[in-house]
Design a protein around this ligand. Structure first.
Ligand code: PMT
Length: 416
């Protein structure tokens, strides 16, 4: 089984992983997972819950990992350090496979009454969970709510797979395939460079349309979605240009930032850099209108209604779509009703390769929040409804689609 290379070396060489094993019948599969991790070059420290030890003996993991297995919250090592606090600091990643409903609940509640939940809290590195349980348990709203909560904290959840479960029932709850878990671990530890050679032009944040020197028309956009896209694009090797409306965020390292205020300035900046862009992603919330006659000095209060004359701003994305060429163009659609249908209309009208339909009426998705919940729509009628995820994870999924689109445009094969 191969999972790609990392820096030209065997995939996980030199990486330190804590493998948490909890009390599921799938615990025996963690043995195979450990073998794959060590074969790929990782050094693996196994930590087991009490119930996991009922399914598989720690000796099995100790023998295969060539390290003592952690089983006790109160154990101290030779230097008398507290292991559940010290261990995560030396690790590159914490992987829990299988993760039972109980362990997931503990993580989501921030408890620390056993070794694994304490490790979870003490860990500042990427965390991956691979749930395994019976289908009814997995479908229970409590488990789903806990997983959503963990995802919004940035925890990566792999699987579960659907199939025949230990109970004989068919449904979701099987531990994800070992290859899928390995793929996720590799992605997190060895960032991809699948956008190298691309020049990604991203717009982010709001625009401000001046009414007078102290007032403006704008939207609630913070820039978080667009900045997350820029962060992900640069991490994956793209030359990244971020045209940003007013935002308090710090631009990601390695990204060229062009700051603008109005829609007209955003249009000028985007069109100015369009020639070199191979991918355009428009996450900005552009004001559709601007005041026709912004006042030179502050408007004074009167005892009569004030009527403002607004003129439409140019549709930047529409203009870019009209000059698409070989570029990949991704738009967003912020909607509060009839979300998918309206987004589909924008996808066609603006000649896009992909549109990110964003229901901005939800509290945890859309404007200002750390998370977003979107549906990816393509011109072939493909619909990919993503769960509520951190904006960085949404950015990752969008850029995965960009990579696939590039392969399709080049008539090449998409590698899994
Ligand atoms: O910045 P955050 O707080 O993280 O919020 C993220 C977000 C909600 C702003 C983002 O996820 C989002 O949905 N962005 C699109 C907002 C929007 O203006 O949508 P729209 O449906 O009005 O516009 C459709 C598309 O046309 C967008 O890609 C927009 O950038 C583009 N457009 C719109 C008007 C215009 N005059 N020019 C444009 O280019």
């Amino acid at each position: 089984m191969g999972y790609g290379v990392c820096g030209g070396q065997m995939t996980l060489t030199g990486k330190k992983i804590i493998l948490g094993v909890t009390g599921s019948i799938a615990a025996y599969k963690a043995v195979e997972l450990l073998r794959e991790l060590t074969k790929a070059g990782a050094s693996v420290l196994v930590a087991m819950t009490e119930s996991a030890q009922r399914f598989v003996a720690p000796l099995t993991f100790a023998t295969l990992s060539r390290q003592e297995v952690m089983t006790d919250l109160f154990a101290r090592d030779d230097e008398a350090t507290i292991r559940h606090v010290a261990a995560p600091h030396g690790a590159d990643l914490f992987l829990v496979a299988p993760a039972t409903a109980d362990s997931i609940a503990k993580f989501a509640q921030g408890r620390a009454d056993d070794l694994l939940s304490a490790l979870f809290l003490a860990c500042t590195r990427p965390i991956v969970l691979a749930p395994a349980m019976d289908a009814a348990m997995y479908r229970h709203p409590a488990v789903q709510a806990n997983l959503t909560r963990l995802r919004t904290w940035g925890v990566r959840v792999v699987g579960p797979a659907t199939g025949e479960l230990a109970s004989g029932v068919w449904g979701p709850g099987r531990l994800a395939e070992i290859a899928d878990i390995m793929q996720t671990v590799t992605e997190l530890l060895c960032p991809k460079s699948d956008l190298s050679g691309e020049v990604v032009l991203i717009t982010a944040g709001p625009t401000r349309e001046r009414l007078d020197p102290v007032r403006f028309l704008s939207t609630r956009a913070s820039g978080k979605m667009g900045y997350a896209l820029a962060e992900e694009a640069v991490a994956r090797g793209a030359k990244t240009i971020l045209v940003s409306g007013p935002s308090d965020l710090t631009p990601p390292q390695g990204v060229e930032i062009i700051r603008v205020e109005t829609a007209l300035q955003m249009r000028a900046a985007a069109l100015d850099r369009l020639a070199e862009a191979t991918v355009v992603i428009k996450a900005a919330a552009v004001s559709d209108y601007r005041p026709a006659h912004p006042a030179e000095s502050k408007l004074t209060k009167r005892d009569a209604p004030l009527t403002l004359e607004l003129v439409p701003n140019p549709d930047i994305l529409h203009e870019i779509g009209a000059q698409k060429g070989t570029r990949i163009i991704v738009g967003f659609a912020a909607e509060t009703s009839d979300v998918v249908r309206r987004a589909e209309q924008k996808l066609k009208k603006k000649n896009l390769d992909l549109i990110v339909a964003n229901d901005v009426s939800q509290a945890e998705g859309g404007f200002e929040s750390e998370t977003n919940q979107v549906v990816l729509l393509d011109p072939e009628g493909g619909v990919d409804a993503l769960p509520l995820l951190p904006k960085r994870e949404v950015a990752r999924r969008i850029l995965d689609r960009v990579v696939s689109l590039r392969h399709e445009k080049q008539g090449g094969r998409v590698e899994g």
